[in-house]
Design a protein around this ligand. Structure first.
Ligand SMILES: [Zn+2]
Length: 388
């Protein structure tokens, strides 16, 4: 009888361990990831036989096996020569306020997403929802922007007419808790014509955002409108333009350190549905911008258009970036460090550095040799919690 009881208890114990696979390590338990290639996201440098220590949700040490002493009470996880990367970030998504979708992302290695303009919900409600969702580290973290700000009759949902309007709108949204200011410079999108904001109001929006320490993301799709954004010194363009991009504009973009989030997956979708070749033009423009030394961050415009976007890891975007001639390491940096920069989160995520959040993506194989390794998650850690 006693033996049966012990066996029964053993199986109950096994079941409980199985169910709690993710949460059976407390956050204050130190963990050592050993026997791994480590790409920390800061440069093309990587560590061949690396060790990473984390505890209480933060990275404590990263380096070669010989340079790090693992404390006795740390749990060691042998990664069998697989590759450790920073958690990926999709810097342009929509329809993200869903636990189910955020779970899908985190399981695929995307530990943060940025919701750029959220139609269909009031700002205060989606800010409250975001705060609540971000308390749950079982799902990907959210970064949020304002809705698209524009002129009356323009492309967007929040209208401004004067410089004063611009300042008030920005201050109001910053006080409510948004991370990024988004506006449009769009006069013809989806065969509909729109009113453009004047340069004075564009400048006022950017100045108000920067006075509040916030970054500015601009929706535009035509290079003829890019000069207004450059003139105002915005921080980021949210789609690659789909007409011929001139060298002169590329030089100005690079000189002003304006980031580009190309959303090539969006342009591929549009080109499948309509008789246009926006994907080819966008890839060619990205290629020129990349060769000129431009800064690129990864974002897909998930759910920003009809058709199925990648729901987990953004492999379509990655493969299209490769078509544009980007190297594997530069694609990884676009999806980690540079995406963290455009999300205004580079102090806490985007690279594997001491003191940053333990947002860690381990993949089978080495993505420097074969980029498709990014679709083979071996282990994901989000803020110190082992997800899978
Ligand atoms: Zn979008």
């Amino acid at each position: 009888m006693k033996t049966i009881l012990i066996i029964l208890l053993f199986f109950i114990g096994l079941l409980a361990t199985g169910c709690n696979k993710q949460s059976n390590i407390n956050l204050d338990q130190g963990v050592a990831l050993i026997n791994a290639i480590i790409i920390d996201g800061t440069s093309d440098y990587y560590i061949e036989d690396g060790v990473l220590l984390y505890k209480n949700g933060k990275i404590e040490q990263v380096g070669s096996k010989d340079s790090i002493e693992i404390p006795d009470n740390y749990i060691q996880k042998d990664l069998e020569g697989n590759t450790v990367l920073p958690g990926f970030i999709n810097a342009h998504v929509h329809h993200a306020f869903s636990e189910k979708q955020l779970k899908k992302w985190v399981k695929s290695g995307v530990t943060t997403v940025r919701a750029l303009s959220s139609s269909g919900s009031t700002v205060s409600s989606y800010i409250d929802i975001t705060k609540k969702l971000n308390q749950n580290i079982n799902i990907a973290s959210l970064v949020i922007s304002t809705p698209i700000i524009t002129a009356p009759g323009g492309y967007g949902t929040v209208y401004i007419e004067t410089k004063e309007d611009a300042i008030n709108v920005v201050n109001d949204y910053v006080n409510k808790g948004v991370d990024i200011i988004k506006f449009s410079i769009e006069d013809n999108c989806q065969q509909r014509t729109w009113t453009l904001m004047n340069q004075e109001n564009i400048n006022a929006l950017v100045e108000a955002a920067h006075n509040n320490g916030k970054r500015v993301a601009v929706h535009l799709t035509w290079s003829r409108n890019l000069k207004y954004a450059i003139e105002a010194s915005v921080d980021e363009i949210s789609h690659m333009v789909v007409d011929q991009l001139s060298d002169e504009l590329i030089i100005q973009m690079v000189e002003k350190n304006i980031y580009w989030v190309p959303t090539l997956e969006l342009w591929r979708k549009v080109s499948i549905i309509h008789p246009v070749n926006y994907d080819d033009i966008a890839i060619s423009n990205l290629s020129s911008f990349y060769q000129a030394g431009g800064n690129i961050a990864l974002g897909t415009d998930y759910a920003g258009y009809t058709g199925e976007f990648d729901r987990g890891f953004p492999i379509t975007e990655v493969m299209l970036m490769k078509e544009a001639g980007m190297t594997n390491i530069d694609i990884i940096i676009a999806g980690t460090k540079n995406a963290a920069i455009v999300c205004d989160r580079v102090d806490t995520i985007g690279t594997l550095e001491v003191g940053k959040d333990a947002d860690i993506f381990v993949v089978e194989g080495n993505p420097l040799d074969d980029i498709s390794a990014l679709t083979k998650p071996y282990m994901v850690v989000h803020k110190g919690l082992i997800i899978n």
